[in-house]
Design a protein around this ligand. Structure first.
Ligand code: HEC
Length: 217
């Protein structure tokens, strides 16, 4: 009997406690310090910020992770200077060339054509005109130039800087230089790179031979 009344008492107490709970009101908070976050909403207006906006511009000269600054400006002078960049900052190898070729098909071939002859599908359907061939004698198609026009665009051709990152633009430029070589019937970019390497090795070897000669004299 005693236990029964105890159980009844417990039930009454817990029922009265639970019964008072109102779902529409916040519950009791113990140590509320961490419940209510002092952080600001992303686009909230707060006095503490300049312009009273929590969304602020990044600090000047901030660059995204993995971003490589490019020293030439988006100007006529920058465009002119880009033709003097004749080397790639990344290694000329099959992997980079293949990636470049895939990206070219994705982003550039609609206008420039798979072969780089300026006869992409948009040109054939007369949706876009004035697309040059990479073998065009009047144009200085060199690695830096191809990188530059992808970065900033050129007249009716838009910039691709938001679609492809710096490394990818160099990879695409590599493929463009390869297409130019194919159009001109000159050795491809991998062949040229291998030949240049051989030359450098031979040069260093002959340098070593020269210095050995001088030493023996
Ligand atoms: C929507 C069509 C279109 C697409 C897509 C396009 N281009 Fe072009 N491209 C043009 C046109 C038009 C020109 C000629 C611009 C001029 O000289 O006024 C041009 C010019 C060029 C030139 C020659 C620049 C020079 O200095 O003469 C290169 C190199 C080039 N594009 C590379 C690319 C690469 C690489 C891509 C892909 C990332 C690409 N283009 C995507 C339309 C396009």
């Amino acid at each position: 009997m005693k236990t029964l009344s105890k159980i009844a008492l417990i039930m009454v107490v817990s029922a009265s406690l639970v019964g008072c709970f109102n779902k529409n009101k916040p519950n009791y908070q113990f140590f509320p310090n961490m419940y209510v976050s002092p952080s600001y909403d992303t686009y909230g207006a707060y006095e503490i910020f300049p312009n009273e906006q929590s969304a602020m511009l990044p600090v000047e000269n901030t660059i995204p992770r993995g971003f490589k600054p490019y020293e030439l400006e988006h100007s006529y002078e920058g465009y002119q200077a880009s033709k003097d960049i004749l080397d790639f900052p990344i290694e000329v190898n099959e992997k980079n060339l293949t990636t470049g070729s895939q990206l070219f098909t994705l982003y550039c071939a609609v206008c420039h054509g798979d072969k780089g002859d300026g006869k992409g599908i948009l040109v054939e359907r007369e949706k876009f005109l004035g697309v040059p061939s990479f073998a065009d004698q009047g144009r200085e198609i060199v690695p830096g130039r191809v990188y530059h026009v992808q970065t900033y665009g050129l007249n009716t051709m838009g910039s691709y800087a938001s679609q492809v990152n710096s490394e990818e633009r160099w990879q695409i430029a590599m493929h463009v230089m390869d297409l130019k070589a194919q159009l001109n019937g000159t050795p491809g970019i991998l062949e040229t790179a291998a030949q240049n390497q051989n030359n450098t090795v031979q040069e260093t070897e002959s340098d070593v031979a020269d210095s050995e000669e001088t030493q023996s004299n």
